[in-house]
Design a protein around this ligand. Sequence first.
Ligand SMILES: Cc1cc2nc3c(=O)[nH]c(=O)nc-3n(C[C@H](O)[C@H](O)[C@H](O)COP(=O)(O)OP(=O)(O)OC[C@H]3O[C@@H](n4cnc5c(N)ncnc54)[C@H](O)[C@@H]3O)c2cc1C
Length: 333
Amino acid sequence: MKKIAVLGAGLTGAAAAASLVRQGHQVTVFDKGRAAGGRMSSKRTEQGYLDMGAQYFTARSEAFTQQVKQWLEAGQVELWRCKTALLSDDEGVISLTASEDKQQRFIGIPSMHSPVTALLQDIPLITGCRVLRLDYQQQGWTLHSDTGQDYSDFDAVLLTLPPVQAQQLLKQSGLPELFRSASDVLEPCWAVAVQAQSIPWGDAIFCQHPQLRFISHQQHKTGRSSCYILHFNAAFSALHLEQSADFWFAKATDILQQELGVQGEIRALVAHRWLYASQRDQVPLPGLLALPERPLWAGGDWSYGGRVENAYLAGLSLAQAVLTYAEQQEGTE
Ligand SMILES: Cc1cc2nc3c(=O)[nH]c(=O)nc-3n(C[C@H](O)[C@H](O)[C@H](O)COP(=O)(O)OP(=O)(O)OC[C@H]3O[C@@H](n4cnc5c(N)ncnc54)[C@H](O)[C@@H]3O)c2cc1C
């Protein structure tokens, strides 16, 4: 049995941890956030949960399809019965058209992070703990955290952080850098939640728009209320990265009223900045990364192309890397 530290309690970390525990290893998961979920986190508010990150997920691979089936059976996930639409801007002429497709889209219930929490059930999880530095000695890894507490004697470490954060941690630890250009992998996104009068223009609105990439209406999601979440696209988010929440509420209100004809009061709820949201197009996929001669691997959604499903698959691959390492170790003992 190996003692393994998993850094990051998003879906990658949760899938890796659950898989390793099933194989009889002892796992502790660490996250700087207040709870598990990472970019699948929903914010609890008076209006119910607000999905500020991922809005839904799809399942194409056999492994993830099987996992989604289990979550469906356990009532942790449901099919999102959403009407899809396309918002396009043709040289200033805005149009919104229905764009129905046959894609099955899933959501966590009652919150997006419910399936992540379910995977981590019964696995030691230390939240509110940012790992600042890693030390590798003969007896294993020690993690130094911002709470002042150290955690020692781990046989292996899995980093499931966004590349910039993983690279920073390696640098602060005096370890070799794993990414050629960590800042090129994930792009930012400002997400804005508002309460507005419901109009029948779809629940999942894909945007070909100079500022937006997606609008989601939460009305048909269990556990949420009738709010809108607007995701601004990477270029516009990056251009105004340091702007205040008021700037983003004003932008969201303006688009809803002027371009989409929403009537009545629009109430600002939450604005959240994701510095590392989704995969940049046309950047080579890094796959899983390993430190030379030390038992540390890094992976995440970014390994295989972003998205929830790829986070899950990266988690399984990370667990497999540790299992192979453990078998090799046993062979030499
Ligand atoms: C706005 C937005 C919309 C999206 N929409 C969709 C969608 O509709 N469909 C879809 O499939 N995907 C979507 N995604 C992508 C999806 O959310 C991600 O692919 C997936 O959640 C990534 O999971 P992960 O575990 O790899 O990373 P994360 O969820 O980012 O987990 C990494 C964790 O590491 C923690 N961490 C970082 N540094 C440290 C440290 N030093 N010490 C301890 N912990 C640390 C973080 O707190 C975080 O919890 C969206 C993402 C965003 C942001």
